[in-house]
Design a protein around this ligand. Structure first.
Ligand code: ZN
Ligand code: ZN
Length: 224
């Protein structure tokens, strides 16, 4: 089964959780029909300092929340999320007459997961939880184990960064490292280099390498 899961923007999720109402109304997703989907996922950052994750599993009408810092919060967060999403779907009916997902009786649920052991890896955890949820879909993961030692967190960060970069669309006008058109130096001394294998472009300044000789083949970090 194709994973037919709608990914909310984290900004939309924040307005669903935090409001204010006027902001949430502008995130009403008028053109979306949730009946076409079997799930919704989103990272959630309501405090502007900590990432959690919400997962609406529409096949079982269950809303899951994951707090990477404290899994004893998950049930309370999921119960809160249920109320917030019920308000959100109700608002869409009021505003646009859209009844998709309004009548679903959602129930809160939890999935056992590992917890971060440092203070700054919530984002990494949220991404790994998202990955596991999507890999297991349409099934619900029994548990989401994430090794959280300092070494392993470093490994997860590198692996995720590489996966994102490899899955990303490379555009000729943009540097594959910084994502900008303008280089880190002033425009007149901005030198570009192209990988011989994947044809991605990079600012030499972003790579922090010497400019290779004209006749020398160069391969980027993804292709080496
Ligand atoms: Zn760059
Ligand atoms: Zn390459």
């Amino acid at each position: 089964m194709e994973a037919n899961v709608y990914q909310l923007s984290h900004f939309t999720a924040m307005t669903i959780f935090n409001g204010p109402r006027e902001l949430m109304e502008r995130q009403g997703l008028q053109t979306v029909d949730f009946n076409q989907y079997d799930g919704v996922i989103s990272p959630v950052n309501t405090s502007r300092a900590h990432w959690t994750f919400v997962y609406l599993h529409a096949i079982t009408n269950t809303i899951f929340m994951f707090d990477p810092l404290n899994d004893t919060n998950d049930m309370a967060l999921a119960t809160e999320a249920r109320a917030k999403f019920e308000d959100y779907f109700e608002m869409r009916r009021t505003l646009y007459g859209k009844a998709d997902w309004v009548d679903i009786k959602w129930k809160p649920g939890t999935i056992q997961h590992s917890m971060q052991t440092d203070s700054d890896s919530c984002g990494v955890f949220v991404m790994m939880i998202a990955k596991q949820v999507m890999e297991d879909f349409p099934n619900i993961p029994v548990s989401i184990p994430i090794s959280s030692s300092e070494n392993m967190m470093c490994h997860h960060r590198r692996t995720l960064a590489k996966e994102i970069l490899q899955a990303s669309v490379s555009k000729e006008e943009y540097c594959s490292l910084c994502g900008h058109q303008d280089g880190p130096q002033a425009q007149d001394q901005c030198i570009w280099i192209q990988c011989e294998l994947c044809r991605r472009w990079y600012h030499v300044g972003c790579l922090e390498i010497e400019v290779p000789a004209e006749d020398q083949q160069w391969f980027c970090g993804l292709c080496l």
